[in-house]
Design a protein around this ligand. Sequence first.
Ligand code: ADP
Length: 656
Amino acid sequence: MAERIPHPLISLFPRTGVWFWRLPLLAITALIAIVSFFVWFGLSQERDERRAALVSDSLWMEQNLRYQFESTENQLAQIGNEFGGGGELHSEQAQDKVRALLQGNSGLSALLWLNSEGTMLSTLPASAAPVKLAEDHPIGVLRARTLNRPAYTHPFLQPDGTYAIEVVMPVFGANDFNGYAVGVFSLPRVISSHVPWWFAERYRLSFTDAGGLEIASTTQAGALNDAQAFGVTFERMGGLGIRVNAYRATTRVMPAIVVMVLVGFTLIITWSLWMLRNRVLRLQDTETALRSEHAFRLAMENSTLIGLRARDLQGRITYVNAAFCRMVGWNSDELIGLRPPMPFWPDGESEPARTDRDGLTNTPAVEMRYQRKSGEIFDVLIYEAPLIDADGRHAGWMGSVLDITERKRAEALARDQQEQLEATARLVTMGEMASTLAHELNQPLSAITSYSAGCLNALKAGRYDEKQFTDVLGKINHQGQRAGRIIHRIYGFVRRSESRRERMDVNAAVLEATGLLETETLRRKVRLQIELGMDLPAIMGDRTMIEQVMVNLLRNGMDAMKHTPESQRVLRVTSEAHGDGVRLSVNDHGAGISPEIAGRLFDSFFTTKPEGMGMGLKICRSIAEQHNGRLWFEPGPHGGTTFYLQLPVGEEEVSA
Ligand code: ADP
């Protein structure tokens, strides 16, 4: 019996409702979130670090500049003492110092010398054009004098378009106030002298005035990061300040690659998960289809009345259906796994084993007997087809088993009825021939009567001799035997026997049939011409049946010649070896058979005779077929019709 198949897929991959089916999605979402967080975190940390670096770099820069300014102030203070009252330098040495100051990296573009009233005495480097001074130059001078320390003016625009800033240093001689040394710092020069390359690389540095307006800056090109800027204002320097602005950082390659790889992996995982899901859904559809197919097959197997049984190449039973179990009386658990001999084989019988050599073709049906569990024997017909497994391998044989007991019974009944019909037909033939036969019997009987009357008379008269008596008694005996033969023949013809196949001489059957019709031919004035072949093979057959066919054909021939002139009423019977058997023929000189009725001759109850039954030819043909032979007719060579009966030699039956 077919079992229910388990449904593993259904419980593994439900379409809805089970949490762990969502797990991969959750994991991926979490992964994306974590990666995003780390990326964001990394970026913001980097930003903070940059910010901190910017601030400390800016403060360092501010100090550096302040220090530079201060050291220039000190140098100015020293040089101030070298100037004479007329504004000239005392020594060569002092001139070198000034030159070094102006050409070195102090950022000074000019140096002025003022007397204690603030009047300009000399300018270095000496130039044709007067040095442009800051608008608040007098205030600077005043402040320097009042506070006794260096004072800075506001930054101011120079004729060349750049900005500068003045520092006014009060200069003291040995004991008294000497005047002022004024340095003009060119801001672009300060920048180029004091901003190191690494700083300029990273930041744009600019000087701003009191209003925050940019008045000089480093010259590197590059996009600025507006968020990363820092400004410091110098104390006591007329609002001068610096602003440091970071350039936009070029994205760092490694983190970018990491992020890209992570995003790539996430995409791949999501994609493959999606594909997996689709595949599982498809698998589910297939499985659903499979299950409905299975259910369909199960229903089919259980509803069919044909027993189904599969066996593997070793003959072991691998499957039986409900009908098979009902048929044999054992249930599937008892049958599956059994090896030959099977419990449902009657003693001493077995199914032919199948091997690989039988090939993959369906084998011809096998008819055999099975035994039910109850002991009852029944007939089955088995068809087997090769069983191919899912891998295409020949795994065994699937057999359908039909209980044909009923069919066999019906066949036997039909055979029985056919035999009865044939016997009845013979009786009817006899009935029709009764008067002729009576006449035929009458002859020997009346001969016997008259012979015996003559003998009696001779005895009464007392005149007899022994020789005469012996002669007469011999004739009586002969006539008696003749009568006995006639009766025997009739008895043999009408006796209803079960069809019996045996080796038989066809010629003997022909002679028996003609003998039976001897008187009738005389009465109808038909000449019988019998030509029998010599050395015919004996055939397997039922002699009474073959005689019956011949009697029928001969009588039909005689009927057909009713209106034939007496001189031509010849009925020719022949026998000859033909093909793998014997061919008999009956040829008449009657009217022949018209095409209109030729097709219906062998139908039941077809007759053209008023007293006819129309069963003769029908029965003849079925007898021919029972002998695996053939019955047909052709127009005769000299008019009339010839009927042929072809009988094969046939094989000896191995009767059970
Ligand atoms: P029945 O002899 O009782 O009519 P048959 O089946 O023997 O039944 O014959 C059927 C019919 O076939 C006959 O009625 C006859 O018309 C035709 N028939 C049979 N044999 C011959 C023959 N040798 N010549 C002409 N017609 C024939």
